[in-house]
Design a binder for this molecule. Structure first.
Ligand code: B12
Length: 229
């Protein structure tokens, strides 16, 4: 069976992408309604939105868009996520799948990707404790000690935050009992190189893959604790 959250690797460029790239908020919302009503998968609609957001970023880099455009794009994406939410499949477990402590790293106030990951994680049955944005490495550690999560998810979009991302992972690995907590990092700045540099346990290029990783980590944890009994 195909996973409704994971998309085809090469989605076509759609009208919705153009609308978001052009910051056409009203038309973009209408297009999302139209796509969902005509049976498009939520994951596909989300991919179109993400592509539009990347285009906004490129225009900003080229100096064709300014900060106001980033703010508008952020608002469009927030509304798009609200429209998509009712269409996401929800798991109903008696017990939570596990607990994820989540936040965006210090210095970074981007939260749309983190919120999307939190939304998908809750749909999957996880309990998510969201610390918000601009979270210091020490706070990740203090909250992890208090809550005892199965996983810590850290979102990172800005390159300037790399030292704090590394510090957060080091603190969590160094100060908590070995193997207690798995750290998963994500966000548009995170790639294989960043992952290697900060030495987190897992990384994901998008939220849906992040959830798949979390499921594998939890399944592995359950296998280990079962064989230790
Ligand atoms: C919208 C936006 C903003 C909005 C954010 C609004 C908000 N509430 O989040 C505002 C206006 C605040 C903003 C500000 C800035 N921004 Co900005 N912004 C963007 C933009 C256009 C879109 C980001 C976005 O929301 N994408 C949609 C979400 C859904 O995607 P995402 O974050 O990648 O998340 C997905 C995955 O990465 C993953 N994921 C995310 N987190 C996690 C966590 C885990 C655990 C997992 C598993 C997965 C995961 O799941 C998500 C869904 O698949 C990007 C362009 C881009 N290419 O991304 C620039 C961009 C990120 N911004 C940029 C910059 C430079 C800035 C500013 C410094 C601009 C300025 N001069 O002030 C400030 C920094 C403010 C700060 N201190 O954080 C640069 C960053 C460059 C870099 N690598 O350092 C970018 C790339 C634009 C560019 N090309 O230059 N920005």
């Amino acid at each position: 069976m195909t996973d409704p959250l994971v998309n085809d690797p090469t989605p076509q460029r759609e009208h919705l992408t153009e609308l978001i790239a052009g910051l056409k908020e009203k038309e973009a919302m209408q297009e999302i309604f139209r796509m969902l009503a005509s049976g498009s998968k939520p994951a596909h609609v989300m991919d179109c939105c993400m592509q539009g957001m990347r285009d906004v970023g490129k225009q900003f880099e080229k100096g064709r868009y300014f900060i106001a455009a980033l703010i508008m794009a952020g608002e469009i994406m927030r509304r798009a996520t609200l429209l998509l939410e009712p269409y996401l499949p929800r798991q109903t477990h008696n017990r939570a799948m596990g607990v994820i402590l989540l936040g965006t790293i210090l210095g970074d106030i981007h939260d749309l990707g983190k919120n999307l990951f939190a939304l998908l994680a809750r749909c999957e049955g996880y309990e998510v404790v969201d610390l918000g944005v601009d979270v210091a490495p020490e706070r990740f550690l203090a909250e992890a000690r208090k809550i005892g999560p199965d996983l810590v998810g850290i979102s990172c979009v800005l390159s300037s935050t790399l030292p704090d991302l590394k510090k957060a992972v080091e603190l969590l690995h160094g100060e908590l009992p070995k193997g207690d907590v798995n750290v998963i990092i994500g966000g548009s700045y995170v790639d294989e190189n960043v992952f290697g540099h900060v030495q987190a346990d897992h990384w994901a290029s998008d939220a849906a893959r992040g959830i798949q990783n979390c499921n594998s980590i939890i399944a592995e944890k359950k296998k280990i604790s079962g064989s230790e009994r």
